[in-house]
Design a binder for this molecule. Sequence first.
Ligand SMILES: [Zn+2]
Ligand SMILES: [Zn+2]
Length: 335
Amino acid sequence: MDAIAAAQALSEIGYLLRQDPEERFRAKAFSAAAWSIALERPDLDALQRTNGFTTLEGVGPGIAKVLTDLIEHGESRYLERLREQMKQPAREDESALDLAEYQGDVHSHTRWSDGRATMLEMAQGARALGYRYLGITDHSPRITVVNGLDAERLLAQSNEMAEVQRQVPDVTLLQGIEVDILEDGSLDLPDPVLEILDVVIASPHVRLRQDASAMTQRMLRAVSHPHVDVIGHPTGRRPGSREGATYDFEAVFREAARHGVAIEIDCDPARMDLSPEMARLAYECGCSFTLDADAHAPAEFAYVPMAMWMPRRAGIPTDRILNFLPVEQLTRRFD
Ligand SMILES: [Zn+2]
Ligand SMILES: [Zn+2]
């Protein structure tokens, strides 16, 4: 078993444990171990032979036992048991997705808002992974705590982007925004600003517990907006700590599909939004997807390989995930 497959199994365990508040810390430990393995990609067979799993960062005896099981049997009995407990048995129709074909990440942050790395560092991180493009999508002004970008700062950012693009020519940088979906479904930046950006991700961040009918109207308005390309982390949930928004998902997904607006699977272990079950519903409603790390530092790009089990489990094929498209086709999609 390769490191990425093992990281996905640990990631899924972390995800399932998160549903139980009492398992919060163990859940985080599994997610952290999955992340470190996805980053380092160690030779797990060699470590197994030398009993060396606990030399890996974040791997204690409990997680080492799960890794041993994975290497020896090709699966984890612990994971199987958790799936049974959570009534999420493996399904026959999981899709096959090849990480090697993943072209780039649409959703990332830099120090322009709440990221912890510069745009150059993020671009270099994307290049190190062989990505062909990277969407730089910092926050819009409403999110004042993170210094969201207005039109003036977006213009300044585009100057920096031109310079970074010169330094990292093999990764096409897409200038975008993660624009807030306001309470009434309007967006936190004026249309002429959204129009010139390469990618517009509209995300719900506040007032997630609006009543379902108001929330449905809010989301329907957002997916109908002519400049929106993607709905970011569509429920805003934080598994184990914050319930996300509830709305008429089917109506919103159908409308998104009709407008060619992609639905995001945000791979940040603290979000994992949409869930596999909800992603399956969106798929059945005809939606396309983006599979993004929502990275705030280059190391967080590894969230995508970790979470690849989610779209697989949802049965979503490669041709419904925009990150598998060559950059020319992607930008045409986002036109
Ligand atoms: Zn967000
Ligand atoms: Zn984000």
